[in-house]
Design a protein around this ligand. Sequence first.
Ligand SMILES: C[C@](O)(CO)[C@H](O)COP(=O)(O)OP(=O)(O)OC[C@H]1O[C@@H](n2ccc(N)nc2=O)[C@H](O)[C@@H]1O
Ligand SMILES: Nc1ncnc2c1ncn2[C@@H]1O[C@H](COP(=O)(O)OP(=O)(O)OP(=O)(O)O)[C@@H](O)[C@H]1O
Length: 308
Amino acid sequence: MGGVTVRVPAKVNLQLAVGPLRDDGYHDLVNVFHAVSLFDEVTAAEPDRAGAADRPVRVRVEGEWAADVPASDDNLAVRAAAALAARAGRSYRADLLIRKTIPVAGGMAGGSADAAAALVACNELWGLGLPLPDLMEIGADIGSDVPFALLGGTAVGTGRGERLTALETSGVFHWVFALADGGLSTPRVYGECDRLRAEAGAAVPWPRVSEPLLAALREGDAPALGRTLSNDLQPAALALRPSLAATLRVGRDAGALGAIVSGSGPTCAFLAESAEHAGALAAGLKDAEGCRGAVTAFGPVPGAAPAG
Ligand SMILES: C[C@](O)(CO)[C@H](O)COP(=O)(O)OP(=O)(O)OC[C@H]1O[C@@H](n2ccc(N)nc2=O)[C@H](O)[C@@H]1O
Ligand SMILES: Nc1ncnc2c1ncn2[C@@H]1O[C@H](COP(=O)(O)OP(=O)(O)OP(=O)(O)O)[C@@H](O)[C@H]1O
């Protein structure tokens, strides 16, 4: 397959502060995103002449997680390409190939990543030349996490998480991700968060960014970052998947600087002191109960960009 290939990273949320439920069904957030070196690849190519008339954008998915990803018009990469064509006001065609490495429904924004990659690849394939802010605006309608997958690095998202400001960081942070068997549905986890809050009866505070977290990022201070990681969706993810508590404990007991559920879960993220420490943590985590495996990665890395 020729065409344009784009590499796009997964994310972990360093702080996910969830405000009250809005009238539109979303929550206002303070969402500190961090792009990590676990990548999907999306290739966009001109379709063969035969058979392309009925569906202007088609998709094929390869890789370990392919069976869990729809190869239909519901695929977020297809929806993104179709939205880009609509914005350009013309009918365009593309065949997409997704090489999937980011866990599906794992809280690492894999579908959003593929949508972002499709936007960059089709923008190039179709010679549209739209600038990044335009792609981010189109992406925000596909999903709240899509703009960050385009931007990459480390950034704070407000609103639904789609309004981004890049953050200053120093150095490299080393991570281990414990992959779970089976995914968690993002709306279900937000719903469980609302339910637990209603049960507790306390007022939900307006989300605010953690200043100690920002300082740790600026100074490249991994132990301080480990202490300041936080995720308001974690109690809901643990309620829906109680085995995650044991996974987090295994990583903490093995000396992780911080241990947290990634976004809506069920992937768990562990901050390590170094690449070697990350390797050792991963070896200890891969056989933990409910774990499908453990992978190491580093961050921050750039957002969706042509490969090679
Ligand atoms: C959990 C996170 O991954 C953290 O980065 C995101 O907040 C979710 O982002 P996403 O998967 O791109 O989510 P979207 O596709 O925009 O929304 C899916 C569903 O998640 C819930 N949702 C999402 C974002 C938000 N700020 N508030 C919400 O309540 C809503 O029920 C929404 O219908
Ligand atoms: N390209 C895609 N890759 C993965 N999932 C997709 C894709 N397109 C559609 N989906 C659907 O979206 C659902 C959520 O997938 P995704 O991997 O984005 O979840 P997630 O990583 O938990 O998302 P987030 O962290 O943004 O909340 C999947 O169950 C799948 O059915």
